[in-house]
Design a protein around this ligand. Structure first.
Ligand SMILES: Cc1cc2nc3c(=O)[nH]c(=O)nc-3n(C[C@H](O)[C@H](O)[C@H](O)COP(=O)(O)OP(=O)(O)OC[C@H]3O[C@@H](n4cnc5c(N)ncnc54)[C@H](O)[C@@H]3O)c2cc1C
Length: 473
């Protein structure tokens, strides 16, 4: 039984405005994640319009022992927004906390409510000649609160870091319904524990983030995106080194794109094939600076070709061409490419130390060829910071039964490889339920117990997102 008792629903209705409590068909749209998978069969969805409303909801849930599943744009895809099946719960969506509260170019900050989309923050930053750096394919749907809760990053992490490096302060509602306002805009603050960092990456297990002070960066009016077809995976590390050497301070994105994904995206979207070099892999590189980068682009590509790593390259010359190149990257995930079978596959959002990227990709591809020859395996993503997406999935109906027979063996082998290379199973999207029972060996028992202690201290009744993220909860 997961729907709270009628008395709870009545209390929520009495405390909030009449648009705030959704049940049945009205709630259904909030119970499907970004992969079209249900997050609950049925649930009460509550959408307060302000932080006081969130506090009232939490207080009512505390009084009636109802669990709370915070929800943003539902793009996390790690089953982090699934409702528990063993106790009454509500879904608390930040959909109406969608105001940019202030833009402060002189402080280099934006303060935004948790439900504001990443794209809206980026646009607001641009309007004052600043940059909000975190950026990824789900920018239009992913929210500030969800990005904080999963410590999201994206294509610019290489230069600007994850959300951890882009959040200066947060406001959150705590387990007893109190509002903690830690929205400071201090670049330096040595006055004790940095409590906001506990909430970043906590996946909604410690409280509801309601607003945040986000860091802005100088505008980079001179930007250039290029796609370079490369000789192979062994070219990745030396090419990144060459990019840093020939464009110091300008390397903003360095993404791996396999030809198999480019071919697929071109065949199912309007994207145009930019190169036909016949190589298995390309890198998508963005240089950005306050000064022109044309010479840096030319020097980098010439050095890459002279070293024998770059076979051919195209540099976007117009905004449309730039968009076309990024469209290839944005649509490379199987959620676009292989929608029909993607939920059956293994989707890795892993990271390994940057010097082990090549070893990791080769090891996983070799293991897939041996264990799961019927599956398509490919790697793409943020190689510049060690964060790699790999997909191993069936692409036809006939491949599904044999794949399901070896899926577990392949999953076990991936875990062995990730842990052996001192990597992480979750470098983005969070742990949720998807990885909770796999991440254990990644950290010591002591480290997990420390996390449980933090959880007990801030959420003694296990009110927030119970059962998520921490093994054994
Ligand atoms: C196509 C695509 C590409 C992506 N690419 C990247 C990428 O390159 N890099 C990357 O890092 N991620 C990427 N993601 C993952 C995803 O966008 C992020 O994890 C995202 O930030 C989650 O935000 P959301 O608003 O959708 O959160 P949701 O999915 O709604 O929630 C995610 C988690 O956060 C919790 N939560 C949500 N809001 C709050 C809140 N206000 N307070 C407390 N907890 C909360 C939820 O309970 C859940 O545990 C991608 C996703 C998609 C679909």
């Amino acid at each position: 039984m997961t729907i709270p008792a009628p008395a709870v629903i009545d209390a929520l209705r009495a405390a909030l405005d009449d648009r705030a409590v959704l049940i049945g068909d009205d709630a259904a749209g909030f119970l499907i994640d970004g992969r079209n998978l249900p997050t609950a069969d049925d649930a009460v969805v509550v959408r307060p319009a302000d932080v006081e409303g969130v506090a009232a909801v939490v207080a009512i849930c505390a009084e009636h022992d109802v669990a709370i599943v915070p929800q943003g744009g539902n793009t996390g895809l790690s089953h982090g927004t699934e409702s528990p099946t063993d106790r009454p719960s509500i879904v608390l969506t930040t959909a109406r906390l969608n105001t940019i509260e202030s833009i402060d170019p002189d402080r280099w900050t934006i303060t935004a409510q948790a439900g504001v989309s990443i794209e809206a923050v980026q646009e607001a930053a641009r309007s004052v000649n600043r940059v909000f750096a975190p950026d990824w394919g789900a920018r239009g749907t992913a929210t500030v609160g969800g990005a904080i809760a999963t410590d999201a990053g994206g294509i610019n992490v290489l230069r600007y870091g994850n959300m951890r490096e882009n959040v200066m302060g947060i406001q959150a509602v705590l387990a007893d319904g109190s509002i903690w306002d830690g929205r400071r805009a201090l670049v330096k603050d040595s006055s004790g524990y940095d409590l906001k960092q506990l909430f970043i990456g906590a996946e909604g297990t410690l409280g509801v983030v309601t607003s945040a002070v986000l860091k802005l960066r100088p505008a980079t009016p001179h930007e250039s995106t290029m796609l370079a077809a490369i000789t192979g995976l062994d070219a990745l590390a030396p090419l990144l080194e060459l990019a840093h050497t020939h464009a110091p301070g300008s390397v903003t994105a360095f993404e791996l794109l396999p030809q198999v994904a480019i071919d697929r995206v071109v065949s199912i979207t309007d994207a145009v094939r930019p190169l036909d070099a016949g190589t298995e892999y390309s890198v998508l590189v963005k240089l950005a600076s306050s000064a022109p980068v044309d010479d840096q682009v030319a020097d980098f590509l010439a050095a890459g070709a002279a070293a024998g790593f770059v076979v051919d390259a195209v540099v976007a010359g117009t905004p449309d061409q730039t968009e076309n190149l990024w469209s290839l990257r944005d649509h490379a995930p199987p959620t676009f490419c292989y929608l029909e079978h993607q939920h059956l596959g293994l989707k890795l959002d892993t990271a390994v130390p940057v010097d082990r990227i090549e070893t990791f990709i080769r090891s996983v591809l070799d293991a897939a060829a041996e264990i799961a020859p019927m599956a398509l395996a490919y790697a793409f993503g943020h190689v510049g910071d060690g964060n790699l997406h790999m997909m191993i999935l069936p692409t036809t109906d006939e491949d599904v039964p044999p794949w399901m027979e070896v899926r577990q063996a392949m999953s076990d082998e991936v875990d062995r490889l990730v842990f052996g290379l001192e990597g992480t199973l979750s470098a983005e999207h969070g742990v949720g339920l998807l990885l909770r029972d796999r991440v254990g060996p990644q950290k010591s028992d002591l480290e997990w117990e420390l996390m449980r202690s933090v959880k007990r201290a801030l959420d003694p009744d296990d009110r927030f997102n119970p059962g998520k993220m921490i093994p054994g909860t």
